[in-house]
Design a protein around this ligand. Structure first.
Ligand code: OAD
Length: 234
């Protein structure tokens, strides 16, 4: 049966109260990327970087999944084929909404990573500078998130899924950060049908076969209901 691959971005969590990056007043209007989201920034000022991610972790822990997260979980449960959710988001709202096997290509706030030995463990709510790694004891804990200049996680697996997909959907992402922004071209080149769901046309909007504009909590449940109705009518 048909495989659907879905890419999500900050827009899907916006109505859960989590700020996006590039909308007016977004995170990148308040913080410099090179200070808080690069390995060099972390080396220069780890306290600033931990402070940024600690605040985001606290905020994300308070957020509830919205109708769009829940609709995608419903699609996973009701669709006769595989529905793969790939997210750029570091929150866990897809999982809280009932989704399974979510691929976090930019990592997750729930995780800690040792910058020395690569060991991974569950992050405490507040990570401190020089926090020791439980495996190698080096004072080198960092958030398990992907920073600019680092390779996103699970790329091979994601491309394998795209190769096998019949439909690729991009939801709530501005399409400005690669490699995620390039998935739509990859999908199209392989003959996969592509659809965008976003508040407004993204950078890559003209490339998509189909588009639905509006808040995620409205357009995503409607789109999911349409897909499920069509597949049950067959
Ligand atoms: P952006 O902030 O770049 O884009 C968010 C998109 O969501 C925009 O196109 C908005 O129009 C749309 N949007 C806002 N509110 C929405 C709503 N209620 N419903 C639907 N769409 C809405 O966020 P991302 O594209 O996720 O990476 O950013 C990609 C990456 O850039 C992030 O993962 C992060 C950031 O730098 C790293 O930190 C490595």
């Amino acid at each position: 049966m048909e495989k659907i691959v879905i890419l999500t971005g900050a827009g899907i969590s916006a109505e859960s109260g989590l700020g996006t990056f590039r909308d007016e007043g977004g995170l990148w209007a308040q913080h410099r990327i090179e200070d808080v989201a690069t390995p060099e920034g972390f080396a220069r000022n780890p306290a600033l970087v931990h402070g940024f991610y600690n605040a985001r972790r606290v905020q994300a822990a308070k957020a509830q999944p919205n109708a769009a997260h829940q609709a995608l979980a419903r699609l996973q449960q009701g669709w006769p084929g595989e529905v793969v959710i790939v997210t750029q988001n570091v929150d866990s709202l897809h999982e809280a909404g009932g989704a399974e096997d979510v691929i976090h290509m930019h990592g997750t706030l729930a995780g800690a990573l040792c910058a020395v030995c690569g060991h991974r463990w569950t992050s405490p709510p507040e990570m401190e500078v020089r926090e020791p790694c439980p495996a190698c004891q080096q004072p080198s804990a960092r958030p398990d998130v992907v920073w600019f200049g680092e390779m996103p996680y699970f790329m091979e697996k994601i491309f394998d899924h795209l190769t096998e997909a019949s439909l690729f959907a991009s939801i709530g992402t501005s399409g400005q950060v690669y490699p995620a922004a390039g998935f739509v071209q990859e999908a199209r080149a392989m003959g996969v049908r592509t659809v965008e769901l976003n508040l407004e046309p993204s950078t890559g909007a003209p490339i998509f076969d189909e588009a639905y504009w509006g808040p995620a909590t409205e357009v995503v449940p409607r789109w999911v209901d349409g897909l499920l109705a069509r597949c049950h009518a067959q």
